[in-house]
Design a protein around this ligand. Sequence first.
Ligand code: GDP
Ligand code: MG
Ligand code: K
Length: 272
Amino acid sequence: KREIKIALTGNPNVGKTTLFNALTGSRQHVGNWPGVTVEKKSGRISYKEYDIEVIDLPGTYSLTAYSMDEIVARDFIIEEKPDLVIQVVDASNLERNLYLTTQLMELGSQMLIVLNMCDIAEERGDRIYIDKMQELLATPVITTVATQKKGICDLLDKVIEQKQIEQHHGHEIGYGNEIEEKILEIEKVLSEDETRDKRYPLRWVSIRLLEGDSNVRQKISDSPVYERAMAIIDSIDQEEYEAEIADKRYLAINTVFPQMCTRANDTLTKSD
Ligand code: GDP
Ligand code: MG
Ligand code: K
């Protein structure tokens, strides 16, 4: 049998565990991530001619380094390189889920979005334009209702299809000339270290350093180019950059979201 490794990510309460259970049934293994007390769940699915391993990553709102859950999730995606990173999204809370999407896309993995809780969105009269969403995010989208096991086969077929295509998806956010120049400057310095951990995308590391990520900083602290990379960070107003980077992510979301979804009460109330 051919092997596929997929990772489930998403905000808390989007139905990740329900989907994981629907996918794997009783073929589950629960343990801990090495060195930390974060629970690690994995399971196996036999589907068509494939043996699919599913890893249920901790639920997180973002991939900054403010919690062990976030560090576990992003390190797994970067270091273990699953064939596919599946973000489970709450269709009735789409906009709020897109912040994590913007961060996942920077990790350089092939992605798939599962739009779960479609029953709630539909009941409320929200409309999500799947084709538009796929186009704007440059990522395939599958709809599910995990509690009713709806969409599971579509999801597995899509996983297999994506494994065969093996092309990178994802729409990368541009942070504006000034920040982009700093990103390039840091990338250039970091790339001079031939011994660096090449699983970590240079652009991602550079953005994280500009955002003041102490975990990433720690990871490169033994590098011969560490001081030079830090000199660049010291030359800027780091907090200002951090805020600007977050603003650009929200701006990207605010630009695409209204094109992919209309909410039933949009016409009734101006605020929510
Ligand atoms: P997790 O925090 O992402 O692991 O979310 P859970 O799987 O624990 O689900 C959170 C809640 O949402 C539970 O009460 C589930 O039964 C419910 N839920 C999950 N998927 C769906 C769905 O597609 N539709 C509806 N209506 N409820 C769902
Ligand atoms: Mg869960
Ligand atoms: K442990």
